[in-house]
Design a protein around this ligand. Structure first.
Ligand code: BES
Ligand code: MN
Ligand code: ZN
Length: 524
């Protein structure tokens, strides 16, 4: 009986995808009143133009409601009305008076999706004349709607006799917004990349472990052109001298993998994106406290971001050459686990004294970045990781931490952050970090006595393994990858942070000058 139940559950969960947001479509003229209407407005006067296609009775009723509610038209303000015209719901979204950016348009789309989530019927969003300065304004709203409307209910009981109201899956139609024609080509690929990342992050660690991460990634890329996928297993990693990632995975029954997704849509040296992929971080022998440990199922958000970015670029056939490396391991404390004090050797030959097995992200990334640099001779390396609790102490959950050995590379990343709303704040690397991570018996320790400044020390450690003079940056997303409060385009939970940012960064990337190679040992 229990076996049957388990088999049924397995079959059900295998077949039930996370529910997608409403499909996005585009139109030039407003359809007939039905379902919900969304009206973005920056001031009272815009009602006449943007709502020009509405009948005058409806428009006047909306105007009276806005006046009597003293609606302020500020960015993000909303007013939900019912019982007007043929609409079951009318949502006015304030857009403020500043020029709208792509990121703000996405926020409008996200707000539209969440405010109308319970409407049983289609949603019509009037975007005519909105943000004339953004060439694909309508498409940006569509991206935001798909991202803001994301839910993950794969493990929720669903009564087959009572299906979800079909009207909740009816389309969200963006009327008069630019960029709808090309939506399928690029914006839809971007949301697919973000949603792949969110799903991987949200899945519990008994469902997604290193090998399964590889399987899911292969499935997501099936049929996508110009992509090669390799997954290095333990034997291959041993041959390649990747003792650092192997040491992290050795305490788990689920072996580590180094996943390499190469999308070659352009020529020239590739950009390498390396992601921390700890499918669960118990801390290992340096065990974490129990409270909140469950969140460490999402300690692979960096890896999810790099494969999500590659998916977006590949599916939209971007003319870029990019290599996503996901350094995958489960950090567990069994009898074979690494002990504090153990010394291991990374791919580039440098030795590491592991002072704390909970500082494992930098260990898997040490092999990922040194392998990426040696094999692909990239134009730049960007690693992304839920690396330290300390970064949240410094920056909160508004900015991800940015570290770089190249100012122009840091500038390109910051610009991509501003453009996409996944914003970055640069934090320092300092020569003294090498001193505090100096080991008496190996080339470097993986953490320092006292551990301060935590985020910078983690960054320094990873940079120490980029030793061929390649421009390199590190993004610490520990405090932004999982949200406890929703944003317009990010529901509570997995943000998929970094896909929008890195997608933009890679598309716009311009090669920068090489840097002085990192020291060959922490001592010098
Ligand atoms: N995965 C954690 C960092 C983290 C903390 C991510 C909270 C998301 C939320 C990382 O592996 C870790 O344990 N870092 C340690 C480093 C320390 C041992 C040097 C930390 O931040 O305490
Ligand atoms: Mn850890
Ligand atoms: Zn970790």
């Amino acid at each position: 009986m229990r076996r049957i139940a388990a088999a049924l559950l397995a079959a059900a969960t295998a077949l039930t995808p996370a529910v997608a947001a409403r499909p996005v479509s585009f139109a030039n003229a407003a359809p007939q009143a039905s379902g919900a209407l969304v009206l973005p407005l920056g001031n009272a006067e815009e009602l006449a133009s943007r709502g020009g296609s509405l009948d005058s009775g409806t428009r006047d009723a909306i105007g009276r409601a806005l006046a009597s509610a003293e609606f302020d038209y500020k960015e993000g303000s909303t007013l939900s009305l019912r019982g007007i015209g043929g609409w079951s719901q009318i949502v006015v979204i304030g857009t403020g008076s500043a020029p709208l950016t792509a990121a703000k348009l996405q926020d409008i789309g996200g707000t539209a999706a969440t405010e109308t989530a319970k409407t049983d019927g289609p949603v019509t969003l009037l975007a005519n004349g909105l943000a004339a300065n953004v060439p694909d304004a309508g498409a940006q709203i569509g991206i935001g709607a798909e991202l803001g409307g994301y839910t993950f209910d794969r493990y929720k009981y669903r009564d087959a006799a009572k299906p979800r109201a079909a009207g909740r899956d009816a389309p969200l139609t963006i009327v008069g917004g630019a960029g709808g024609d090309g939506y399928a080509a690029q914006p839809a690929a971007l949301t697919e990349g973000v949603l792949l990342a969110r799903n991987l992050i949200t899945e519990p660690s008994n469902e997604v472990w290193p090998e399964e991460f590889v399987t899911r990634t292969r499935a997501a890329f099936r049929g996508v052109g110009n992509v090669t996928i390799e997954a290095l297993d333990e034997t291959r990693m041993r041959e390649l001298g990747m003792g650092s990632i192997l040491s992290v995975g050795q305490g788990s029954k689920r072996p580590p993998r180094m996943l390499i997704v190469h999308y070659k849509g352009g020529s020239g040296a590739p950009v390498v994106l390396a992601g921390k992929g700890i499918t669960f971080d118990s801390g290992g022998t340096s065990l974490k406290p129990g409270t909140g440990m469950w969140r460490m199922k999402g300690d692979m958000a960096g890896a999810a971001a790099v494969v999500g970015t590659a998916l977006s670029l590949a599916k939209s056939r971007a003319p870029v050459n990019v290599v996503a490396i996901a350094a995958l391991a489960e950090n567990m404390p069994d009898g074979g686990a690494t002990r504090p004090g153990d010394v291991v050797k990374a791919h580039n030959g440098k030795t590491i004294e592991i002072i704390n097995t909970d500082a494992e992200g930098r260990l898997v990334l040490a092999d990922a970045v040194s392998y990426g640099e040696r094999r692909f001779k990239p134009a730049a390396i960007v690693d992304i990781a839920t690396l330290t609790g300390a970064v949240g102490g410094a920056l909160g959950s508004d900015y991800a931490g940015l570290f770089a050995n190249s100012d122009p590379l840091a500038q390109q990343l910051s610009a991509a952050g501003e453009a996409t709303g996944e914003i970055l704040w640069r934090l320092p690397l300092h020569a003294n970090h090498a001193k505090s991570m100096k080991s008496d018996i190996a080339d470097i320790k993986n953490s320092a006595e006292g551990g301060s400044p935590g985020a910078s020390l983690g960054a320094h450690f990873i940079g120490y393994f980029v030793d061929g003079g390649t421009p390199w940056a590190h993004l610490d997303i520990a405090a932004v990858s999982w949200r406890t409060d929703a944003l317009p385009t990010v529901p509570k939970g997995a943000a998929g942070y970094g896909v929008r940012l890195l997608d933009r960064f890679v598309r716009d990337f311009r090669p920068v000058a090489g840097v002085a190679p990192a020291a060959s040992s922490a001592a010098n």
